[in-house]
Write a protein that binds this ligand. Structure first.
Ligand code: NAP
Length: 251
């Protein structure tokens, strides 16, 4: 593979590693964590989410804090093109939406394009319809000149990216809740996941800090197991953000 953007995953989870409960409740962030998310969006040139996150949460992914990159795209990974044409991300004004899919549904592709979004077709890996995310990222770098992507989940997309070894940074905010069931931050809902330490991606701790709210902990890990180097060699923003968040939320 030639070049791909720098990829950061960021999720907010319960202490048992869930990003959503069995009822798909997922509002876990404190005010500082919301600011952290918007700060990270501001620092990246694209945001990426999986189809279920769009279908369940219906986000617009627009809010970003300074300093903001001038380029900003919103990317949806939707192998089977299940998202509805009525999602807010298509209907409300905002930066360009790019839908990555393996679907051949010409009618739906046409309708999505009529709403102003781009639809990018990529190959699948294996027989479960998993989109080739290395190819997708390469297209984002080459056709859109995107240098960095913030992945906001959900668990299935996080797993797929880690499995395909295209993640540079994994960030999580640990919140003082326990769900006991639901969606894990990294979720192989079709398979066995990584079966032991040798299969697990290798990570190095880059930051651990108490959230200014006093109840949450934010961790940032750098991925050592990667298929290939990203375009950006330096992270888009520093690993520890609490000082910046304190100033931002107080002002
Ligand atoms: N707390 C948080 O920080 C946070 C953040 C985001 C989301 N969430 C929650 O997480 C839940 C959704 O997570 P989830 O794991 O169910 O879903 P998800 O990752 O948002 O979406 C999964 C879907 O995305 C598509 N997809 C992802 N990777 C793919 C790949 N490599 N190839 C093909 N398609 C791919 C597939 O769609 P197709 O079936 O169309 O192929 C797959 O079914 C929601 O409840 C949401 O509220 C929480």
């Amino acid at each position: 593979m030639n070049q791909r953007p720098y990829v950061t995953i960021f999720s907010t989870m319960t202490i048992d590693g869930r990003i959503a409960s069995s009822t798909r409740f997922s509002e876990l962030s404190c005010n500082y964590d919301l600011a952290r998310l918007r700060l990270l969006r501001g620092a990246h040139e694209a945001v990426m989410v999986g189809a279920n996150t769009i279908i369940i949460d219906d986000p617009t992914l627009r809010k970003r804090l300074e300093p903001r990159t001038t380029k900003y795209y919103r990317v949806i990974v939707d192998g089977k093109l299940r998202v509805s044409l009525n999602q807010r991300i298509f209907r409300e004004p905002g930066p360009k939406v790019i839908v990555i899919t393996a679907s051949n549904d010409k009618e739906k592709i046409k309708k999505i394009r009529e709403l102003g979004a781009d639809v990018v077709k990529v190959d699948t890996l294996g027989d479960k319809g998993e989109v080739d995310l290395r190819e997708a990222l390469q297209i984002l770098a080459e056709n859109y000149d995107i240098n960095s992507v913030l992945v906001e989940g959900g668990g299935a997309l996080n797993y797929s990216l880690l499995r395909q070894r295209v993640v540079d940074e994994l960030r999580a905010t640990i919140t003082p809740y326990v769900f006991g069931a639901g969606v894990s931050i990294v979720n192989d809902y079709l398979g066995t996941g990584f079966r032991d330490r040798s299969e697990s991606p290798r990570l190095r701790l880059s930051c651990v800090e108490l959230c200014p709210c006093g109840q949450c902990v934010h961790v940032a890990y750098t991925l050592l197991s990667k298929c290939c180097e990203p375009r950006l060699r330096e992270p888009p923003i520093e690993f520890c953000l609490s000082e910046r968040l304190r100033r931002l939320v107080q002002s």
